[in-house]
Design a protein around this ligand. Sequence first.
Ligand code: HEM
Length: 194
Amino acid sequence: MAGMETTSTTLRWALLILMDNPDKQEKIRDELLSVVGRSRRLTMADKPKLPYFVAAINELQRVANMLPFIFFHRCTEGTVIGGKFIPEDTLTFPQIFSVMKEDAVFERPEEFLPERFLAEDGKTVNRATLERMVAFGLGKRQCVGEGLARLEMFLVLGSILLHYRLEPTEPIDMTPQFGQVLNPKPFKCRVAPL
Ligand code: HEM
C-alpha cells in the first residue's frame, strides 16, 4: 500500500481534478511548454523553473485528501496540545483532513487553487500554506517515500500534461469511495494528443 496505492491514487485524483479545472490544467501546460517544450523530456532539473506546476501538485494532494487520517501513534511522553494535557502512552489518531480541509490558512478549501501555495509574486513559495500541506504526515514517522512520491508525481503528471489534454467524456463525480485510501470512482476520459 505505502508505495503503490498512495501515489497511483493521487495521480488518478489529479487527472479528475484537472479535468474539472480546465483553466488550471491549461495554465500548468503553458508553464511546462515555456520551460520544457516538446523536443525533450521533462527532468527534475526543470523543477525550480516550474513554480506553478509544483504549487499545483501540492494543491492536488490537498484537494484529493487521499489519506484523510493516519494510523495510531502512541505518545512516548506527556505533552500539552492546544491547552489540553495528553498523558504518556495515549493512543492518538491524527486526522490529516482537519488540517488540509479546515485550517483557516486554506480559504475556500473545497476549491482547487494552486495559487494558494505561492506568494503574491506568483513564483516564491508561500510558507504559511506549505507548512500545513501535511499529506505525508509530520515528525519522526513522516512518510519515508515522500521524495520518491514527489518525484513520480512531478515526472508522470508533467509528462502527461506536456503531450496530452485531458477532457471529461461524462459528468465528473468527485465523491470518494472509502477503502484503505479514499479512491475516486472509476471514470472515463478523453486523452487528446497535442
Ligand atoms: C502520494 C504518495 C504518498 C502519500 C500521500 C503518503 C503518505 C504517508 C503518510 C501520511 C504516512 C504516515 C505518516 C505517519 O504515520 O505519521 C506514510 C508513511 C509511510 N510511507 Fe508514505 N505516502 C506516499 C507514498 C509513499 C511511497 C512512494 C513510499 C515508498 C516508496 C512510501 C512509504 C511509506 C512508509 C514505509 C511509511 C511508514 C513510515 C514509518 O512508519 O516510519 N510512501 N506515508
